[in-house]
Design a protein around this ligand. Structure first.
Ligand code: CUA
Length: 261
């Protein structure tokens, strides 16, 4: 009882994660708390038993014989098979539920209606996620290459080396790699998505907390993989509007219209 209650207290009260900056983050943190609780109970239980056994069953002076020969213990074996089976099954089902609540089971949609050719999306998290239904998601194309991320906003024809997003508005990234497999990871958003050459993936999220957070490449992609980092800047909506209008190419619609004729 002490072990379970202590493990639960530690799991609930010790937070090893960075600040949460997206709608997905608190959902993920629930799972992490549960996993951390289970891990703490197992760790303390096993190490405790080990230390206890080392002391309690140590060789005493004058003890020279072999230990008792024990062969098999059916109830014990059933017990230590059943407990991990139940725990692993529970963690599997619960992880599925968390991924579902993050929008991972929503059919992948082509959010880039702005002139984007029909192209298969191979995986990721679709918009129409956490808050039900697609709402005015901001489309951004992400290109990963050795060793940088490039961000392109089809709406304003902006290309940037940093990702600027407004707080409170859903964003849909369409990710594709130029050369090898990379992974787009923002720890503060609790989101990570592989970026694959020739197989576009998608990642939808809603940032919640203004600030600057690291974007990390999380797939070994070459000698400078460790240096493949960028920054996501979550702005207040007004500040983002200013940034966007300050960088957008003037009147992109008339430009496409003239090239079409
Ligand atoms: Cu790109 Cu590691």
């Amino acid at each position: 009882m002490v072990l379970v209650l202590g493990g639960m207290w530690i799991g609930q009260n010790i937070n090893l994660l960075p600040i949460d900056a997206s709608v997905n983050a608190p959902i993920y943190d629930e799972l992490f708390q549960v996993l951390f609780t289970i891990g703490t109970i197992l760790f303390i239980g096993i190490i405790g038993l080990l230390v206890f056994s080392l002391v309690r069953f140590r060789r005493r002076p004058g003890q020279l014989g072999d230990g008792i020969a024990i062969e098999g213990n059916l109830p014990l074996e059933i017990f230590w098979t059943a407990v991990p089976a139940v725990v692993v099954l529970f963690v599997g089902l619960y992880s599925y539920d968390i991924y579902d609540r993050m929008g991972g089971m929503v059919p992948l949609a082509h959010d880039h209606s702005a002139g984007m050719a029909e192209q298969r999306i191979w995986g990721g998290i679709s918009s129409g996620t956490v808050e039900s239904g697609i709402v005015d998601a901001l489309p951004i194309d992400v290109t990963a290459m050795q060793f940088a991320f490039l961000f392109h906003y089809p709406d304003g024809d902006i290309t940037a080396g940093e990702l600027h997003v407004p707080a409170g508005r859903p964003v849909t990234l369409r990710l594709e790699a130029k050369d090898v497999i990379h992974a787009f990871w923002v720890p503060e958003f609790r989101l990570k998505q592989d970026v694959i050459p020739g197989q576009p993936t998608q990642l939808s999220f809603t940032p919640t907390r203004p600030g600057r957070y690291p974007i990390v490449c999380a797939e070994l992609c070459g000698p400078y993989h460790g240096g493949m980092r960028s920054t996501v800047v979550v702005d207040e909506p007004e500040a983002w509007d200013t940034w966007f209008s300050g960088n957008a190419k003037p009147d992109p619609t008339s430009e496409t219209a003239s090239t079409n004729t």
